[in-house]
Design a protein around this ligand. Structure first.
Ligand code: NDP
Length: 488
C-alpha cells in the first residue's frame, strides 16, 4: 500500500495483540484518486480472524481490567493515544488525501480532529457526567453507568480518520473493548491510528483492528458477543447494520446520509450565500454527509445568486489532492465517479440543465466539476448523490421554502441565509439535526454540541458526551421496600 511517502506499506490487522496480514486478498484495487493509478489490492479478514478478534474482545471485557480502571487512569491512556497520533498526523493526512482525493489541507485539519477526539475523551473522563442518586425507601438509589461490552466501529471512507477517532475515543473512554473496521477504500489511516493506540499500551485485547469490506463489517455486527455498534456510512449498509443489531436487541448508533438544503431567503446577503454554496458543494469534494444537496432560493434573488455562484465556480482550481494550489479534488474511486455521473445523466434526462463552469484538470483521476442542476421540481430530487452535485429550486414564500427543505426523508443538516431574525424563524421550521445560519463550514457550532440526525439520516446523536454515553448502559441499585397493603 502507498504510505505517506508513496512507498509500499503492508496492510495488517491487529488482532489478539498481534500484527498479522488479513487472510483474504480481494480482486479489487484501491487507486490513487487524483491519478487513477492502482495502489494496492484490497484485503479482508477471514472468518477465523474475525472469530479471533471477537473472542479476544469478549475475553477482555470478561476480564474487565480496562473497565476497572478509574476514569482518571483511562484519561491518562487517552492522552497517551493523542500524543501517539500527534506523531503521525502528516502520514494520516497524506494517506487519506491519496486514497480519498480530499485535499491534503483538509485531511490535515481532519487529522487534527483525531488528536482532539482523544483529548476531549480525556477531559470528559476527568470531569465525568455524574447522575445524582434518587431517594429510595431505604436510603439512596444509585445510578451507575457501565461499559456495554465489546464494541464494533465501522467507518466510511470520506473522512476516515476523524470519524474513526471520534468513535474509538468515546468507546475506549467508556471502558469498552473495541474492534475497528476501516473502509476498504481508505484503510491506511485506520492502520496508522491503530499503531498509535498500540504504542499507547492498553491492556490485552482492548483494542483491535480488522481490515475488510462490507462482509467483514457484517460479520462483526452480526455476532451476539458484540454489544454495541457505531456505524457511519450510507443508508443501505446502515439498514443492514440496524437489522443485524435488531436480532440481538443491541444498540446501534447510525450516522447516515443526507440531502441537505441551503435556503436563501429574499433578504440574504448574496455574496455570503454564494460563498456558502461553494463551501457546501466543494467541501470534501462534495463527499460530505452535510454537503449541499438542494439549493432552495427565493425567486426574487435566484438570478443574482446564480450569477454570483457561477463567478465563484469559474475560480475553483480542481486538481491533485496533494497540490497546494488546488481548491477542490476528485471523487474517491472509479465506481463512485460513475455513480455520480449516472445521477447527473438521470437528472438531465428528467429535463435538468447543468451549470458547471469549473475547468477539469488534465489528470487521470476521478474529477467531476461541481455541478448545479436547474429546471427540476423539488420533489424530483430527494435522493443523496454524495458528490459535488446539487439541484436548484425556487420558492415564493417562507412556507414553501420550509416545505421544500423538509421534502426528503432525510434530516441531517440545513443552512439558511437571510436577515438573522428571519433566518431563525425559517430554521425553526426545518426538520434537521443541525441548522446553520449564514455560513457553511465543517466546523461544529460548538465542539461540545451534539450532532443529531433525523429521519433516514440516522439514529443516536453523535457528540463528545453523546457517543461516550452511547457505549454505556445504566444500572440502578438500592434497598427495596415492601408494598403497603391497600385498604378499601
Ligand atoms: P458505506 O455504507 O458503503 O460503507 C460504510 C462502512 O460500512 C464501510 O466500512 C463499509 O465497508 C461497511 N459496510 C458496508 N456494508 C456493510 C454491512 N452490511 N454491515 C456492516 N458494515 C458494512 O458508506 P461509504 O463508505 O460509501 O460512505 C459514504 C456514506 O456515508 C454516505 O451516504 C454519507 O452520507 C455517509 N456519511 C455519513 C456521515 C454522518 O455523520 N452522518 C459522515 C460521513 C459519511 P467497505 O467500505 O469496506 O465496503
Amino acid at each position: 500500500m502507498a504510505d505517506a511517502q508513496g512507498s509500499l506499506m503492508q496492510l495488517k490487522n491487529y488482532i489478539n495483540n498481534d500484527w498479522q496480514a488479513p487472510a483474504i486478498t480481494l480482486d479489487t484495487q484501491v487507486c490513487h484518486a487524483s491519478e487513477g493509478r492502482p495502489l494496492f489490492y484490497q484485503m479482508a479478514s477471514d472468518a477465523a480472524q474475525i472469530e479471533n478478534a471477537i473472542a479476544t474482545a469478549h475475553i477482555a471485557h470478561a476480564v474487565g481490567e480496562w473497565a476497572a480502571l478509574s476514569s482518571a487512569e483511562r484519561a491518562v491512556a487517552m492522552d497517551a493515544i493523542a500524543d501517539a497520533i500527534g506523531k503521525r498526523l502528516e502520514a494520516i493526512a497524506k494517506a487519506d488525501a491519496i486514497c480519498t482525493g480530499v485535499l491534503l489541507k483538509t485531511t490535515s485539519q481532519v487529522a487534527q480532529i483525531c488528536v482532539l477526539a482523544f483529548r476531549a475523551a480525556a477531559n470528559l473522563l476527568r470531569n465525568p457526567p455524574v447522575r445524582q442518586p434518587f431517594a429510595g425507601p431505604h436510603g439512596d438509589v444509585i445510578v451507575e453507568r457501565l461499559p456495554l461490552g465489546p464494541a464494533a466501529i465501522i467507518a466510511p471512507w470520506n473522512a476516515p480518520s476523524g470519524i474513526t477517532c471520534h468513535k474509538l475515543a468515546s468507546a475506549l473512554a467508556a471502558g469498552c473493548p473495541v474492534i475497528v473496521k476501516p473502509s476498504e477504500w481508505a484503510p491506511q489511516s485506520g492502520q496508522l491510528i491503530a499503531e498509535a493506540v498500540v504504542e499507547a499500551g492498553l491492556p490485552a485485547g482492548v483494542f483491535q483492528l480488522a481490515h475488510g469490506n462490507g462482509a467483514t463489517g457484517a460479520a462483526l455486527v452480526a455476532d451476539s458477543r458484540i454489544a454495541a455498534v457505531s456505524f457511519t456510512g450510507g443508508l443501505q449498509a446502515g439498514r443492514a447494520v440496524a437489522a443485524a443489531c435488531a436480532r440481538d436487541i443491541k444498540p446501534a448508533q447510525l450516522e447516515l446520509g443526507g440531502n441537505n438544503p441551503i435556503v436563501v431567503l429574499e433578504d440574504a446577503d448574496i455574496d455570503a450565500a454564494a460563498e456558502g454554496i461553494i463551501n457546501g458543494i466543494t467541501t470534501l469534494n462534495g463527499q460530505w454527509c452535510r454537503a449541499l444537496g438542494r439549493l432552495l432560493v427565493h425567486e426574487s434573488v435566484a438570478e443574482s445568486l446564480l450569477s454570483a455562484v457561477t463567478a465563484r465556480l469559474e475560480e475553483i482550481r480542481l486538481g491533485h489532492a496533494l497540490d497546494e494550489a488546488s481548491t477542490m479534488g476528485p471523487v474517491v474511486h472509479k465506481g463512485h465517479f460513475e455513480l455520480v455521473q449516472q445521477a447527473i445523466a438521470h437528472y438531465e434526462a428528467l429535463g435538468g440543465h447543468c451549470l458547471r463552469p469549473t475547468a477539469l484538470p488534465e489528470l487521470e483521476g476521478y474529477f467531476i466539476a461541481p455541478t448545479l442542476i436547474t429546471g427540476l421540481a423539488a420533489e424530483q430530487a430527494s435522493e443523496e448523490i454524495f458528490g459535488p452535485v446539487a439541484t436548484v429550486h425556487t420558492f415564493s414564500d417562507d412556507a414553501e421554502a420550509i416545505d421544500q427543505a423538509n421534502g426528503t426523508p432525510f434530516g441531517l443538516a440545513a443552512y439558511v441565509f437571510g436577515e438573522e431574525q428571519h433566518a431563525w424563524k425559517v430554521a425553526r421550521g426545518i426538520r434537521a439535526g443541525n441548522i446553520k445560519i449564514n455560513a457553511v463550514s465543517m466546523l461544529n457550532l460548538n465542539p461540545m454540541a451534539p450532532r443529531p440526525a433525523w429521519g433516514l439520516s440516522g439514529l443516536g446523536d453523535e457528540g463528545v458526551v453523546e457517543t461516550f454515553e452511547f457505549f454505556r448502559g445504566t444500572r440502578i441499585i438500592g434497598v427495596a421496600g415492601t408494598m403497603e397493603p391497600v385498604h378499601g
